[in-house]
Design a protein around this ligand. Structure first.
Ligand code: XLS
Ligand code: NI
Ligand code: NI
Length: 437
């Protein structure tokens, strides 16, 4: 087992809720059967390389705080290799089944794209070597189309065709690399695909071009035989004021409008959902009922701040709602739950990397067990079913079957004096959930 950067951290084991050992799972018991399959197959946890290994705790008001020996190595390629060793040590000790990365997270940029690709290839072969010994798979890869100054006006939505070309070529390479590493998905998060002011923005060409880039990507995936799922991750704002991929509803209409809905699904993130004024469950539900639920970026935002704080999930009540949706969706695969979450700048010791992931993994594991109990009990689902029972017979069924029109409905209702409604019993349902915790 790798043991270079976290010598004090053992292999994390399941010890049960009574354990006082901070370096042990209390609820995540990977092989325990829940709803007919092992916990680990429901949850499909993934470490986000950029958050766990690279984020240094810097914020707009101050320098980084994280103690990360691998980040102080000055030679860029040597640092990239050390970072990768740190990641493989972390995933091995956590028993994390997947990881995710952006192309630029793993290898430094050269002077040209050709040089950059060469750096990338060198690190990718290192990853392939580690993957032979460490039991971890790639959940998804993605291209970072937002950090470098060239993307100041966007990437696929840039006003500059040279930048569009660069973005296309970068995505091409990132897809090849994801394919080479056996990635289960490929993600597009439109980091700078949006605008700050309409004074200099041609919204129509920007949206059309974004669709063009995504069509090229879908075609190229086919061409190279990449069978992974293509995903888009919504976010309403940050960095731009108006991100084009605002939320699940917005992406649905975008994909359908541009004929891309059979090639893409959606990667939903909690913090982005709440920035859009939705709950995580709302976004997951909307994706699920449209057969567009692809994967989850599992984190949580602060409800008192309008920022994308990307915190580790410890809110059990929300985790239950998430796992309730996932169970009803029949699972996430080939998607998973990627911890797109970073430590608070006060939690700066290397050990915190483990404590935070354990906290979130336990939260979702517990959420899964509670959601399974709620579904097995059946009261909640039955309540919803009965609430809409009217649509399974009589006039309700005619509405659903498309056999009713305005005239027919008018005839049916015009002399009816006694419309009966039943209570929605929200408070009772909320206490019902609490009973299963
Ligand atoms: C940023 C996004 C990003 C994507 C991957 O807000 O969450 O981390 O998940 O580019
Ligand atoms: Ni994300
Ligand atoms: Ni986020």
């Amino acid at each position: 087992m790798l043991n270079e950067f976290f010598p004090n951290v053992p292999k994390i084991q399941y010890e049960g809720p009574e354990s006082d050992n901070p370096f042990a799972f209390k609820f995540y018991d990977p092989d325990k059967a829940v709803a007919g399959k092992p916990m680990k197959d429901h949850l499909r946890f993934s470490l986000a390389y950029w958050q766990a290994i690279l984020s240094d705790g810097a914020d707009p008001f101050g320098a980084g705080t994280m103690q990360r020996p691998w980040l102080s190595i000055t030679d860029p390629m040597e640092q990239a290799k050390a970072r990768m060793r740190a990641m493989f040590e972390a995933v091995e000790k956590l028993g994390m089944p997947f990881f995710c990365f952006h192309d630029r997270d793993i290898a430094p940029e050269g002077d040209t794209l050709r040089e950059t690709n060469r750096n990338l290839d060198e690190i990718v072969s290192l990853i392939k070597e580690y993957m032979q010994h460490v039991n971890v798979k790639l959940l998804w890869g993605t291209a970072c189309l937002f950090k470098h100054p060239r993307f100041a006006h966007g990437a696929g939505t840039s006003c500059n065709p040279d930048v569009f070309a660069y973005a296309a070529a970068e995505v091409k390479k990132a897809m090849e690399v994801t394919h080479e590493l056996g990635g289960a998905n490929y993600v597009f998060w439109g980091g700078r695909e949006g605008y700050d002011t309409l004074l200099h923005t041609d919204m129509k060409i920007e949206l059309d071009n974004m669709a063009r880039l995504l069509h090229m990507a879908a075609d190229y995936a086919k061409e190279i035989g990449f069978k992974g799922q293509l995903l888009i991750e919504p976010k309403p704002k940050e960095p731009t004021v108006h991100q084009y991929d605002y939320d699940v509803g917005n992406i649905l209409s975008f994909l359908r409008g541009y004929g891309l809905d059979d090639r893409f699904k959606i990667n939903v993130e909690q913090n982005h959902a709440i920035l859009a004024g939705h709950s995580f469950q709302h976004e997951i539900r909307l994706a699920r009922i449209n057969n567009m639920l692809g994967s989850l970026d599992a984190n949580q935002g602060d409800y008192l701040l309008g920022w994308d704080t990307d915190q580790f999930t410890t809110n059990l009540y929300e985790a239950i709602a998430v796992m309730y949706e996932v169970l009803h969706a029949g699972g996430l695969a080939p998607g998973g739950m990627n911890f797109d979450a970073k430590l608070r700048r006060q939690s700066f010791e290397p050990d915190d990397i483990f404590l935070s992931h354990i906290a979130a993994m336990d939260t979702y594991a517990r959420g899964l067990e509670v959601a399974d109990r709620i579904i097995n009990d059946g009261t909640l689902d039955r309540f919803v079913e009965e609430r809409y029972a009217g649509y399974r017979s009589g006039i309700g069924k005619e509405i659903v079957d498309g056999k009713a029109d305005f005239k027919k409905l008018e005839d049916y209702i015009i002399d009816k004096a006694d419309i009966q409604n039943r209570s929605g019993r929200r408070e009772w349902l909320e206490s019902l959930i609490n009973r299963f915790i």
